[in-house]
Design a protein around this ligand. Sequence first.
Ligand SMILES: [Zn+2]
Length: 146
Amino acid sequence: MFACIVWTGETRSQLATATRQQAPREITAVLGGRIVGKTVHVERVVALPNQSMHNDAFVIEASQFARCEHDLRDAGLEFVGFAHSHPEGHAAPSQRDREQLWTDCVQVITNGEQVHAFVLDRDRVVHAVRQASQSMASVTTSGATQ
Ligand SMILES: [Zn+2]
């Protein structure tokens, strides 16, 4: 189970901006990054087309997800989770989210202002995940000192 998610660079604001731009459609994105112990570093937000016919739902095509995961691996990153938006709602999992979202990976929901991160365990219990931000500058600095 993950204890903390670190938004690297502009990743968190990219998500919020895309949410506002696409409203009232829900956006979907794959989160790529690195898992270090119980901390997930999000380094890339890859928006994927929402195949749903409805504004308040999202569907990702399996082939697009597979290609996305492949691209992340090519870049030395791994799939760490998903993000989607509730452009006209709360940044909290809906009943459908609790029933249908993938378990055991990071799930992020944003309404364009608040960003909520959590993990669903195998019993579909929601566990909130703490968030932190890290600018590219501090990433470079910490990399240089190690
Ligand atoms: Zn949702």
